[in-house]
Design a protein around this ligand. Structure first.
Ligand SMILES: C[S@@+](CC[C@H](N)C(=O)[O-])C[C@H]1O[C@@H](n2cnc3c(N)ncnc32)[C@H](O)[C@@H]1O
Length: 326
C-alpha cells in the first residue's frame, strides 16, 4: 500500500472518524443538539441559545447534516431520529465513559467495570438493553427469515439472556402462535415486555427472572433456544456448562441458536475489533470467540452439526450458529 489512491480511503476514514467525533462531542457539550431537541431552529436561534458565533455555528450544523444527525428544511435545522435516539440513550457520549479507561486498560489489563459480573450485570443491561435491541433489529429480522420456516406453528422458543428479546420476539412474530420464554434479570425483563408490547406479542411472552446459571428451567420443552450475545461474556468453561443446561431444556428434535460476534465479514472488521476492545474495557472475561473455538464449545456441551451463517446486515460482524440436540 504505497500510492495515494491506495492509502486515501483509510486516511479519510480515520480523519473523518476523528472529525466526526469532535463535532458530535462539541455539539453535545455546547448544547447545540439539545437546542435542536427542543424544536427546529435557524442558525441564528441555535447560535443565540448556545452563545456561539453565527458562521462557525452554520458550519457545525452543516457537518451535523452530513452525519445524518440533523436535517435542514429551508432556513431551519431539526434533529434526525438517529440524533434523538443517541441523545436519549446510554450512548449519548459515544461510550466515552468506557473509552477514557483505555490508557489504564493498556497499563494494567484491568477493565473499568465488570458487566460480566453477576453483581453488576442487571444495572448495566437495564440501561442498555433497549438500544442494543434497536441496533440488532435488522440482524434479528435476517435471523428470523432464516429460521421461521424451520419451526412449526405454536413453536416454543427459549431466549436466554434475552435483554430486549428482539431475536426471539422477531422470530415469534413470523411463526403462527409461537411463544417465547425469556430469561434475564427482573429489571431487564421489563425491556423485553416492552418489545413484546411494541410488536403486539404481549400475550406470547413468558419470563423467568434471575441468574441464568442458577434458575431452574423447564426440561425437554423448547423447539429452539436462542442465546444471543451472551456467550462473549463467559469463559469457555462457563459456556459449556450453560449450553449443557440449555440442551436439557430442548425437545429431542430441538436446536440451539447461538448468536454472537464472529470474525468472517470483512466489511465489519472495524466493528468487530473495536467491539473486542470495548469488551476488554467493560468485562473481565469478555471476548470474541472464533468459529472454531465456538464449535468446540457446542460439541463439548453435547450439540451436533453446528452451522454458522453470517448475518450480512449492519454491523456486519454478527453470526448465527445453529446446532442440533443430536
Ligand atoms: C449483551 S446482552 C444481550 C441481550 C440480547 N440477547 C441481545 O442480543 O440483544 C447480555 C444479556 O444477558 C443478561 N445476563 C448476563 N448475565 C446474566 C446472568 N447471570 N443471569 C441472567 N441474565 C444475565 C444481561 O442482563 C443482558 O440482558
Amino acid at each position: 500500500m504505497n500510492s495515494a489512491s491506495e492509502m486515501l480511503p483509510a486516511y479519510f476514514r480515520l480523519m473523518n472518524a476523528s472529525g466526526a467525533a469532535h463535532v458530535y462531542r462539541e455539539a453535545v457539550r455546547c448544547g447545540m443538539l439539545d437546542a435542536l431537541a427542543a424544536g427546529p431552529k435557524t442558525t441564528e436561534e441555535v447560535a443565540q441559545k448556545c452563545g456561539t458565533v453565527g458562521g462557525p455555528t452554520e458550519l457545525m450544523l452543516q457537518a451535523l447534516v452530513s452525519l445524518a444527525l440533523a436535517s435542514q428544511t429551508g432556513q431551519t435545522y431539526q434533529l434526525t431520529p438517529l440524533a434523538e435516539l443517541l441523545l436519549a440513550s446510554s450512548y449519548r457520549n459515544l461510550g466515552d465513559e468506557y473509552w477514557v479507561h483505555l490508557p489504564t486498560l493498556l497499563r494494567t489489563g484491568k477493565p473499568l467495570v465488570r458487566m460480566d459480573d453477576v453483581a453488576q450485570s442487571e444495572a448495566h443491561y437495564q440501561a442498555q438493553a433497549a438500544v442494543l435491541g434497536w441496533m440488532l433489529t435488522p440482524a434479528a429480522k435476517c435471523a428470523a427469515q432464516l429460521l421461521a420456516d424451520t419451526l412449526p406453528a405454536k413453536a416454543t422458543i427459549l431466549d436466554l439472556g434475552a435483554g430486549s428479546a428482539i431475536w426471539s420476539l422477531t422470530l415469534a412474530s413470523q411463526v403462527r402462535e409461537a411463544t417465547v420464554t425469556a430469561v434475564d434479570w427482573p429489571a431487564v425483563l421489563e425491556v423485553a415486555a416492552e418489545t413484546a408490547r411494541d410488536l403486539g406479542l404481549a400475550d406470547r411472552l413468558q419470563t423467568i427472572a434471575g441468574n441464568f446459571h442458577l434458575v431452574e428451567l423447564p426440561a425437554a420443552e423448547f423447539h429452539l433456544a436462542m442465546v444471543a450475545n451472551v456467550t462473549h461474556l463467559l469463559t469457555p468453561e462457563e459456556n459449556v456448562a450453560l449450553l449443557k443446561k440449555v440442551r436439557g431444556t430442548l425437545r429431542h428434535d430441538g436446536r440451539v441458536v447461538a448468536i454472537d460476534v464472529f470474525p468472517g465479514q470483512p466489511e465489519g472488521g472495524l466493528n468487530r475489533t473495536l467491539y473486542a476492545l470495548g469488551l476488554a474495557l467493560r468485562t473481565e472475561h469478555g471476548r470474541v470467540y472464533s468459529y472454531a473455538e465456538f464449535e468446540s464449545i457446542l460439541l463439548a456441551a453435547g450439540f451436533r452439526e453446528p452451522q454458522l451463517t453470517p448475518l450480512c446486515v449492519p454491523p456486519f460482524a454478527v453470526g448465527m450458529l445453529v446446532a442440533t440436540v443430536g
